[in-house]
Design a protein around this ligand. Sequence first.
Ligand code: NAD
Length: 298
Amino acid sequence: MTTTALQAEKTTGAKLIDGKAVALKMRATQRARVEALQAKGITPGLAVVLVGDDPASAIYVSRKVKACEAVGIKSVSYRHPTTITNEELLVLIGKLNADPNIHGILVQLPLPAHIDMAKVLETIAPEKDVDGFHLYNVGALVVGRQIFPPCTPYGVMHLLEYSDIPVEGRNVVVVGASNIVGKPMALMLMARDATVAICHAKTRDLGQWTILADILVVAAGVPNLIVPQMVKTDAVVIDVGINRLPDGRIVGDVDFEGVRKKASYITPVPGGVGPMTIAMLLENTIQSAERQASGEPA
Ligand code: NAD
């Protein structure tokens, strides 16, 4: 644990887990790994596919592309209007699968309604599926053989480890049960011997679950869903939510000012889990190129 990453509050209250600082720190190592690959004639390549003109998706994609540049990963963007057909998208993915210079393929979600998202994700070669959404990778996660762990929960695990927060045997409550965050998060925590409960929109009396959590991970997409009376004293609170308020502010799912007085650790939004998602995408892409370099099967 370093003072740059965990800034202890002067008064009582939670320590901030500074995801931005942790992600930046990881970059030095990632850059060195990319240089080592380049010395062997391999530049890690990431294909980023964006369909449509969703402004939030465009921002996420540009952040990912910038982060690639910062560590020396070559990113290639494929931007398509919503008029692209299912078949055209599948053909593009087929080409990227066959391209030896591409080590990772990322299709930015959500996709327009006419596109068969499941089919698209299953067409990505599992050994290039750096987002970890292919059924093969999901299955591998279930049986504890991670190939590419999904980036956001992988980032949360990294933050917990970096902050020396033990997981084994602790009560963890995950709020949100999506395929991309909540479910893989719960699986990763279970793989580390936590006792995990998953809550979702149909959970009755959410607070009676969250109050039991030594570690509370919230990924619901609902501002102020978690208020202090729902949080156990000294809990670790990880806020995955990203919500834009009508006044333009970006907030998480947790009442940050209230909960920080009660928790032992808390992630801010922005600057907590978000930067780690990108850091783990870089991690997976570099790892994919390293596997190729060593001739190792995925
Ligand atoms: P989703 O809409 O696919 O899933 C939301 C989940 O939360 C569902 O399981 C739903 O049942 C549950 N939920 C909704 N309202 C609830 C309530 N009132 N009480 C309890 N559970 C409730 O969303 P997602 O893709 O999993 O994303 C969740 C949030 O995390 C969003 O704010 C999203 O923007 C954010 N997100 C952040 C990152 C990051 O890098 N920080 C990455 C992915 C998603």
